[in-house]
Design a protein around this ligand. Sequence first.
Ligand SMILES: Nc1ncnc2c1ncn2[C@@H]1O[C@H](COP(=O)(O)OP(=O)(O)OP(=O)(O)O)[C@@H](O)[C@H]1O
Length: 672
Amino acid sequence: MARLAIDSGFLWEFGKLNPVVQDRVQEVFAKFQAGGSGINLEKIHKGKDKRFRSIRIDQGHRGIVLAPEKGDLYLLLKVDEHDAAYAWAERHRVSINEVAGVIEVIDVVGVEEATGENNAIGGTAGLFDHVSDTELRTLGIDEQTLMFARSVTHQLQLEEARKRLGDAQYDVLIGLALGMTPEEVWNEVAPQRPMDTNDLLAAAERTTRRLVLVTGPEELMDVFRRPFALWRVYLHPSQLRVAHANYGGPARVTGGPGTGKTVVALHRTRHLARRAHQDRSVLLTTFTKTLAGSLEDGLRMLADDPDLLRRIDVRHIDQVAYQIVAREHGRLDIVRGAEESSRWADLSSGAEAKFLAEEWREVVLAQGITSLLEYQRAKRTGRGARLSSAAREPVWEAIETFTAGLRADGKWTYETVCLEATRLLGTGGQQPYRHVIVDEAQDLSPWQWRFLRAAVAPGPNDLFIAGDTHQRIYNHRVSLRQVGVDVAGRSARLKLNYRTTAQILAWSVGLLRGELIDDMDGDLDSLTGCRSDVRGPWPRLEGFPTRSAELSFIAERVRHWLEQGVEPNHIGIALRSRATIAGVVTYLAEHGIAATSLASEASHEGKVLVGTMHRMKGLEFRCVAVSGVAEGVLPDGLELQRERCLLFVACTRAREELVITWAGRPSGLLPG
Ligand SMILES: Nc1ncnc2c1ncn2[C@@H]1O[C@H](COP(=O)(O)OP(=O)(O)OP(=O)(O)O)[C@@H](O)[C@H]1O
């Protein structure tokens, strides 16, 4: 039975194939792995690597495989339409990097072209003039890449050629370009142990960044079933470092959209659970039920050992707090939005009632205020007109009446549940968790943070926080230090986006207009350095005179994507308001496209998914239409920032294609 190592490029192509061809690929390679008859490996005469063979998938498609000179390990490198697959084989070569010992797939024609282009432009000083040829060779740079390196005068040229170079050689060059000394680079890239660089299997085992080794048919099928879920098996070194680090206290990971923060949170959860001893001692949590559900799905893809899973609790924060309080008080009667508003309205009229509700959340709860005196001393930044100390007295009284009313009626809001849970944990209650991992941390409220802080004993690896303040879609502005979470010196940032094309990412980052947003730790944060290696079309922006013309365009686009073989539930339509979802679902149905609301509990299989921008948080689709981005009254200040972030979140859900549409005039949020 042949052993197979599947290259990430192969899986990426596979994931994009029409499902019928995908089935055929699976069949062929399952047979191949089993040593089946009728599978022919054909030599590729013009291939750049004499070990390349082509394998027939169907009439129109070919796979490219590297057949070993000795041993039984085959590398699956490429699957594509006939001509594209052959063209690939005529450009690429596979080699083992002498220093790092990993397998590199190099676009040798591309590197030659890039060298020629750079030389034609010329330039004053070479970027690597300070490093000698010998030093470059010692670091594992091959002769062709050496010539390329000598042609580079600007870091951008290196970035542009990144996809063409071998991974390990790119790492060396970028390290040097960023000012590391050859010794420092050597310490980063060279493994500690000596190794045999002729052994393909050993090299494949070391190439965890881009190769997945499969030993049996089940593993092969599992990899094919989830072609985009490569993160399960390999992490980028920068991700792995964070996921497996040993931290003296709270730590966090930040990074732009799609950089793998959730993936790191999942790996860290598994890592800590493997070392934990008690059931339910590791909490993986976030701020909504939907997101907790997708964390649970992700975790199940990563771990199937029931003993390990038992040690992990995956629930959203309100639910965790609810259980702690319910243990003490029995079933809780939770007051929802409308009833809460009417309770405020009983205390005051119209705008005043709304003001009271906001004052309670944004000042009193946010700062953990428990007395009139504290309230009178409190800062009310961002809350509009000043309130004198005397004017605060009746406000405080009204808030106290509201909370006392809830207590008297045996009713709760999720906020009061959270406060009570924190109180119970503080009064002798034992901290229920050894480790808490929080995803989408930017949207937690201060009272939820205080609760989490109380739910885990301070100590090594107590809290791990993943989030991106550019994706904050609710109003909470938290200073981690003020809620007792100090991540100083334990913060890492991820920069490589794995989800979105460079075009979608760049355009979406433009929506934020370079806005600097707080980093929850007293500083400002920007998305500088966040990048993607995958290319694709630029987002399409389309305005229409009427809403029905807009919907007709969306239906046409969706149909086009479906015809391209994109599965219906890999297509998402994002809307600003919940009220418009049903209309879009019906419109698509009337035009022969099965669709459903993202919020629907029924199966999403075979249906295009329509949802609010809020609901899209944390999800991803191959193709996304953001609809209804029309002119409207734009708020200002923080509200405006939040609207921008929301549109940014919706747009960065798209892996490959993004369209933005509106009827009438475009929204002022779009770049002019
Ligand atoms: N090392 C990796 N290799 C391959 N794919 C990866 C890797 N890390 C992440 N991904 C993929 O990138 C996508 C985004 O990852 P993830 O959802 O963890 O990012 P995120 O930073 O949490 O995003 P967001 O902030 O936008 O919600 C996912 O499809 C994930 O499978």
